[in-house]
Design a protein around this ligand. Structure first.
Ligand code: PMP
Length: 351
């Protein structure tokens, strides 16, 4: 006899992390190449001296500072061990086995995983032909069993972002007892003023929550800090199911210090946005199908050639993120890294 594990976990898809290959350029995990913001490494070093102490369990300073900066009540903010932990907590607080989670697909690969881990039903909704979220189809997929809808904007991995009018029309159509989670992990990279701010929307819609992270633009992926801004009773429930002390002290200190580097954050996001236009334009000129992106990555809809492209890039010393049979996501790095990727994309066309 062996220990019995839940049989349904056999069907659980594994989360595939972007690979790190020594010596290669990593454009596989949507990290920023620029590193932590100024002042952050010093804050980390100071926090390191106290790691024999438990962290502030309620992340109260970080919550308070975010509340001030975002102009929302602290009761409307929950901090998580990365926004992926908050995704999981959101399923935990809304769903039992009879309930369903609606999400676009393809989108952030954690959505089906966290839904299945908690035994809720999954309702994946295909993207439009333009690789964007299909809001009409998402709205149509909502049934009395739906408790939660993930709306990823900009969408990982395709980069497309929803515009104000279409998103408001969707939110108007969603029943008010269904929680809509606007996953805005890439919000800081958005340049189009017509892309709405989910925190603003969460003030106006009582069933809307915005998810943000310090992992991407802020450059703290290794320290695991994300946050949710939403209705007070939802935030209260998120805090109840949070694993105690899972938001570590070094991460809290680094996130706080990062909030003091607003100008540098703005500069780095602007240079990512400029590079993203350059990379996409070059790819389009080479004949690739690349949707317009508001994130720090581009999507190459390569279909059956995805794996081959992946191997080609690997051979050229560039690690990208392939989704077999579908496409490849490539993070915007520094100019030289992007040049190396573009050279690989160019030579692939000749193969
Ligand atoms: N949401 C989206 C859309 C993401 O792409 C990611 C990271 N890949 C996350 C959430 C989770 O990020 P983190 O847990 O590092 O905050």
């Amino acid at each position: 006899m062996t220990v019995r594990i839940r049989a349904d976990l056999d069907q659980l898809p594994a989360y595939v992390a972007g690979r790190t290959v020594p010596g290669a350029i990593k454009l596989a995990s949507n990290e920023v190449s620029a590193g932590p913001l100024p002042g952050v490494e010093a804050a980390i070093a100071r926090a390191a001296a106290d790691v024999h102490r438990y962290p502030d369990m309620g992340a109260t300073r970080l919550t308070g500072t975010l509340a001030e900066r975002l102009d929302v009540a602290p009761e409307r903010i929950a901090i998580g061990c990365g926004s992926v932990a908050l995704c999981e907590q959101l399923v935990q607080i809304t769903c039992t086995a009879e309930d369903q989670v609606v999400f676009p697909w393809r989108s952030f690969e954690a959505y089906p995983i966290v839904t299945q881990v908690h035994g809720a039903g999954q309702v994946p909704v295909p993207l439009s032909t333009g690789h964007a979220l299909d809001l009409d189809a998402l709205a149509a997929a909502i049934t009395p069993a739906t408790r939660l809808v993930f709306v990823c904007t900009p969408n990982n991995p395709t980069g497309t972002a929803l515009r104000r009018a279409e998103l408001e029309r969707f939110l108007d159509a969603v029943p008010s007892d269904v929680l809509v989670v606007l996953d805005e992990a890439y919000r800081e990279f958005v340049t189009d003023p017509d892309v709405p701010d989910g925190i603003e929307l969460s003030r106006r819609y009582a069933n809307v929550l915005s998810l943000r992270t310090f992992s991407k633009a802020y450059g703290l992926a290794g320290l695991r800090v994300g946050y949710a801004v939403g209705p007070e009773h939802v935030i209260e429930a998120l805090r109840k199911v949070c694993i105690p002390f899972s938001i570590n002290a070094v991460g809290q200190a680094a996130a706080l210090a990062s909030l003091d580097a607003g100008n540098e954050l703005k500069d780095r996001c602007e240079s990512v946005a400029a590079e993203r236009v350059r990379v996409r334009d070059d790819l389009l000129a080479l004949g690739y199908d690349v949707p317009e992106t508001q994130a720090n990555f581009v999507w190459l809809a390569l279909g059956e050639r995805t794996q081959e492209f992946n191997e080609h890039c690997m051979g050229e010393g560039v690690v990208v993120r392939a989704f077999a049979g579908d496409g490849t996501r490539v993070t915007i790095g520094g100019a030289a890294e992007n040049d190396a990727f573009l050279a690989a994309a160019r030579s692939f066309r000749k193969t």
